[in-house]
Design a protein around this ligand. Structure first.
Ligand SMILES: NC(=O)c1ccc[n+]([C@@H]2O[C@H](COP(=O)([O-])OP(=O)(O)OC[C@H]3O[C@@H](n4cnc5c(N)ncnc54)[C@H](O)[C@@H]3O)[C@@H](O)[C@H]2O)c1
Length: 349
């Protein structure tokens, strides 16, 4: 079965394999990378119900012993309590440094399994098998791992690259439409920040999943290779996210991440327009609407601004926002916090 391979050069280099129904080859694919070992498999309840037995059977047939740990599906599971329970589970099953962890699920599972892999015995190999569109194009690439703590999302984590990523685009057939759409927000983001051809492809929402996922992964790979530890260029991947995170927080996470990012991308496009950098607002609005995103912002400039100020990405009295100069060309633009507040008032009030 043909599949695409994208190589990532980072502090640990690895391949990302993307294909339709590639899961059936998971044992053969991971074999040369993790060797003959035992596997601590982390998944969530929904993915386990749909595909847990299938993956276990595939890996068992390749000679692996699996120790599976299932967390309830949903963001609330990405917490310190579950992380510790999973680490303890690995220890109780006597997994050693030569064993490996598999993340089988969306970004919640991927982020927590990655952090567990970074911590357990000071670091063991881990394999990502992303099952959501968002995890495939975003969270399984680039080595950011994290859990949420009461003070905020993703506040505890590590940069820790996987040893291999095996992405089966067929698994996405069973995603709830709103979960799939959340992933589409990130896909659209890649088009706006760095690839106008990808953006053009997305004007057909029934896009070819395999090639679009592969292109997004390439874009993220290219950025991460230049700025693995998020000191500059990687900030481009946050297009729409500064405003999106603020909206997510203000809504008490009732607005999903993808929907919030969609709203954030439009606000950023309007900000670029206000700064006379570009005029792509209408185009971005039309594409996001075509995907079914509600683009209204139910918060005032003051509310949004207060929420932005508590963002972990803020540095001193300045704040850097990703703004589009045109489709496929986004840049980091730094504002003083007063300037940004002022401009947000013009856009939102
Ligand atoms: N590490 C990074 O670079 C990075 C980047 C972006 C997002 N994230 C993190 O990713 C998380 C969001 O990821 P997500 O959107 O994948 O959420 P998720 O993992 O919660 O998955 C969304 C829902 O889809 C279900 N699901 C997963 N695969 C399925 C399948 N194949 N069929 C049916 N249902 C399935 C899950 O059970 C869950 O209910 C957040 O915690 C976010 O912070 C991390």
């Amino acid at each position: 079965m043909p599949y695409k391979t994208i190589h990532v050069e980072a502090s640990r280099s690895y391949d990302i394999l993307i294909g339709n129904d590639i899961l059936s080859k998971a044992g053969e694919i991971i074999g040369p990378i993790v060797g003959n070992c035992r596997l601590g498999l982390l998944t969530d309840s929904t993915v386990d119900k749909l595909y847990g037995k299938r993956l276990t059977d595939i890996l068992t047939a390749s000679g692996y012993t699996i120790h599976k740990y299932v967390i309830p599906s949903g963001e609330a599971s990405k917490c310190a309590d579950n992380l510790l329970k999973f680490l303890n589970f690995l220890a109780e099953h006597h997994l050693t440094r030569s064993d490996a962890i598999i993340a089988f699920g969306g970004g919640v599972v991927g982020d927590m399994a990655g952090l567990a892999a970074a911590l357990y015995l000071r670091g063991v190999k881990y394999v990502q098998i992303p099952t959501t569109l968002l995890a495939a194009v975003d969270s399984s690439v680039g080595g950011k791992t994290a859990i949420d703590i009461p003070a905020g999302k993703n506040l505890v984590g590590a940069f820790y690259q996987p040893s291999i990523v095996c992405c089966d685009t067929k698994l996405m057939d069973t995603l709830a439409p709103e979960v799939y759409r959340d992933g589409c927000a990130e896909v659209i983001k890649y088009g706006i920040i760095l690839d106008k051809n990808l953006y053009a492809t997305l004007k057909t929402p029934q896009f070819d999943r395999e090639s679009v996922v592969a292109r997004c992964v390439e874009i993220k790979r290219d950025v991460v290779q230049q700025d693995e530890f998020d000191n500059g260029l990687r900030g481009l991947l946050n297009y729409g996210h500064t405003f999106g995170h603020a909206i997510e927080k203000l809504s008490n996470f009732e607005v999903s991440h993808g929907s919030a990012v969609a709203k954030g991308m439009l606000i950023a496009a309007r900000l670029a327009n206000l700064c006379s950098l570009s005029n792509i607002t209408k185009e971005v609005e039309e594409l996001l609407t075509m995907y079914g995103f509600d683009l209204s912002c139910n918060y005032s400039a003051d509310e949004l601004f207060a929420s932005i100020l508590s963002d972990k990405k803020r540095r001193g009295d300045n704040i850097t926002i990703v703004l589009p100069y045109s489709i496929g060309d986004c840049r980091l633009v730094t504002f003083t916090i007063e300037e940004l507040h002022d401009k947000l008032k013009k856009i939102l009030d």
